[in-house]
Design a protein around this ligand. Structure first.
Ligand SMILES: C[C@@H](O)[C@H](N)C(=O)O
Ligand SMILES: C[C@@H](O)[C@H](N)C(=O)O
Lengths: 156, 156
């Protein structure tokens, strides 16, 4: 079955912020992104997973330049957002595979993750759409990640 | 600033599986998706967020029909995958907004989340790409979610 993966991309200008322990009730996600939008902060990935108990973690990525402004805003607005903890890092890169025929193809994801495993690279976060699988890895591993995935899929 | 949101889509044929407490070391994500690929299981969203301690939660969605096969596979392979817990639900729908100019636009996300908040709909999960913001909501809220978002963005 043909894997229609077209390319691997890497973005080093990434900071990842996680709001840990946000109350899982309507309006919390809105409050976070309204705050960011109001201050002209662009976001790339937004990831919210299963969470724990009646709380969720909302993670998102910005440019490195926006990290400090975001942290300042979160501090100013902490009584609105009420996260238990804010975790953040700049030592992260986004590596993505882009394709057309990847729709619902767990084999493509498995192959991408195998490439990273073979290169001993840990996957910090994952987010997918039909045409793109993105992972966050440590910045120091980003170059090797691209090479490994490129070789695995035998991209020209 | 023009929000180039083109449409709202809804998918009711969704089951969500979460592998909670997977060891955060290289190869774990690979083992999960290799297992699924080997058995011809398609996945739509894959979401892995910040996790807790040295463990991560890996969530993914499949069709409702594939839920039981996936749970059976996870049970058979639990010594390989070693998640602390498997959580799952069928009572979930994926609602997405699709657009062209949404790249990095936190305002678009804020507006989508505002629509859901106004309709008192809780957002269970979030995953984004440049052209798509997807959320999981309770199945019972899916219809209302589409209407609310459609009206908010004044889509024709
Ligand atoms: C945690 C957050 O996503 C919340 N469930 C909301 O709907 O806004
Ligand atoms: C948790 C899982 O993603 C692990 N970090 C891996 O690289 O496979």
């Amino acid at each position: 079955e043909k894997m229609l993966v077209r390319g691997v991309t890497r973005d080093n200008d990434v900071a990842r912020i996680a709001l840990c322990g946000v109350e899982d009730t309507p309006g919390k996600a809105f409050s976070v992104f309204r705050m960011l939008a109001k201050h002209g902060i662009s976001v790339d990935l937004i990831i919210q997973s299963i969470g724990n108990g009646n709380k969720k973690d909302i993670s998102f990525t910005t440019t490195e330049e926006d990290l400090q402004p975001v942290l300042d805003l979160l501090e100013e607005n902490k009584d609105i957002i009420k996260a238990d903890e804010v975790k953040w890092t700049k030592e992260v890169s986004k590596v993505s595979i882009v394709g057309a025929g990847m729709v619902n193809n767990s084999g493509v994801a498995a192959t991408m993750f195998e490439a990273l495993y073979d290169a001993h690279i840990n996957i910090s976060m994952i987010a997918t759409s039909e045409i793109k699988i993105s992972v966050l890895v440590d910045r120091k591993d980003a170059e090797a990640a691209v090479v490994a995935i490129h070789d695995k899929f035998m991209l020209k």
